[in-house]
Structures are given as C-alpha cells and as structure tokens.
Write a protein that binds this ligand. Structure first.
Ligand code: AP5
Length: 217
C-alpha cells in the first residue's frame, strides 16, 4: 500500500527542508506545491502567470487550480509507493480533495507531522532564506549557510536567490493567511488520529530525528 505524509506548519517552519531530507531517506518523491508553482512561473506557463498574482501578495492560489495541479502530479508513476507532500493541502477543501484522490490510489494520509515554530522565529528564518535556482536546495544565511558562500552544496550552482514572497510585509501576510485558512487542518487531522506535533525550534538534524521517530514505524 502506498504511504503518504503531509508536512504541516506555518511558512518558514522548515517543511521544505525536512521534506527534502526525509524524502531522500525514505526513497519517496518530495512534492512541494510552492515549488511546482515557482517552476511554472519561471517557465511562464499559463498556470505560472495565474499563480504569480496570488503568490507575490502572499495569498493562496484558488483551490480548484491547486487541486488539479496536485492531482496531475500524484498520478505520475514515481508516486506509486507514496509521497511526502509539502504545502498541500492548505485548506479543508484541499484536504477533502486529497482524501478522495488518495482513496482512488488505494491509500490515505498516514501521518501529518505538524512542525511548530513561534512567529518571531518564522520571520527571522524567511527573511534570511536563500534558495538554489537550479536544484531548489534551501539555505539560511545564519542558521544553515552553504559550505562555500554563494555556492549550492548540492549542485554547485552559484545562483542562490531570495524568494519574492520572503519580503517582511509579504511574510507577515503569509502568516496571517496561514492562521486563517490552514490552521483548521490541525483539528481536521487530529480528529483522524494522523497529526503528530514536532518542535521545529530545534536544530535541523534534531527535527529530522524527531520526525523519523514518529513517522517510521
Ligand atoms: P510555499 O512554497 O509552500 O511556502 P510556505 O508554506 O509559505 O513555506 P515555506 O517554503 O516558506 O517554508 P518552509 O516551512 O518550507 O520552510 P523552509 O524549510 O524553507 O508556498 C508559497 C506560496 O505558493 C503560497 O504563499 C501560496 O501563494 C502558494 N501555494 C503553495 N501551496 C499552495 C496551496 N496548497 N494552496 C494554495 N496556494 C498555495 O525553511 C525556512 C528557512 O528556515 C530556511 O532558510 C531554512 O534553511 C531555515 N530552517 C529550516 N529549519 C530550520 C531549523 N530547524 N533551524 C534553523 N533554521 C531552519
């Protein structure tokens, strides 16, 4: 049976960082809705042009568009054994759609690690984040710098950039949107017995250990 994990938490909690590490360790694909949107923006697709207007302001892309995009991604052959989902679902409508979709594949959401981090730390993390344009690896100028300044450890690219939506004002709106639209998912997955709380203020390595302890049985 396929295994599906959903990383939940506010912007900057470390969902992407952990999803990437855990996906590699478990041999499952890491599916980040934000990364798929950013790839579409880079390639100037119709989806990218639509998503950009929402993302630049820190608002959510409409549910129908996001659900169709994830449906297509989850249908690909590399997802046969499951996936680590990062950034999706983000609303109760998306969570219901995901449950229906996974049922079609004979699976369900197995565990939802909810990474908890206080707001002041989130802002510090996001405003200091650098991302590799070439492979998507994520760094922080203080907490998680690359080995060589400005060079990606993973692929050697020198193209590290700061995300458009990591400006302080946009970050504040993203956090507001998270509280309003995504927080209900905590109760949603708690009621299904899938939620596991993780203290996201610890080091990246410790958070990974805590995560693996609770999701790998
Ligand atoms: P998305 O790309 O999903 O952004 P997000 O959820 O806001 O999350 P982030 O990527 O900002 O943070 P993260 O938790 O992954 O943290 P990270 O690991 O990078 O979405 C962007 C936009 O796309 C949305 O605003 C929306 O418009 C749209 N969108 C996406 N999905 C959607 C959906 N389902 N529905 C509708 N719209 C959608 O870490 C952050 C920083 O902290 C890094 O610098 C990292 O190095 C550092 N760090 C990580 N862990 C630690 C640690 N333990 N200690 C110290 N530093 C750490």
């Amino acid at each position: 049976m396929p295994t599906y994990y959903v990383m939940l938490g506010p912007p900057g909690a470390g969902k992407g960082t952990q999803a990437q590490i855990v996906a590699e360790k478990l041999g499952l694909p890491h599916i980040s809705s934000g990364d798929i949107f950013r790839e579409n923006i880079k390639n100037q697709t119709e989806l990218g042009n639509l998503a950009r207007g929402f993302m630049d302001k820190g608002n959510l892309v409409p549910d129908d568009v996001t659900i169709a995009m994830i449906r297509e991604r989850l249908s690909r052959p590399d997802c046969t054994h499951g996936t680590i989902l990062d950034g999706f679902p983000r609303t109760p409508t998306q969570a219901d759609a995901l449950a229906e979709l996974l049922a079609e594949f004979g699976g369900e959401v197995n565990a939802v690690p909810y990474i908890k981090v206080p707001e002041d730390v989130l802002i510090e993390r996001l405003t200091g984040r650098w991302t590799c344009r070439s492979c998507g690896a994520v760094y922080h100028m203080v907490f998680n710098p690359p080995n060589v300044n400005g060079v990606c450890d993973q692929c050697g690219s020198r193209d590290l950039y700061q995300r458009e939506d990591d400006k302080e004002e946009t970050v504040k709106n993203r956090i507001k949107v998270y509280y309003k639209k995504t927080m209900p998912l905590i109760e949603y997955y708690q009621s299904k017995g899938a939620l596991v709380e993780i203290d996201g203020t610890k080091s990246i390595e410790q958070v990974t250990r805590d995560l693996l302890d609770v999701i790998v049985v």
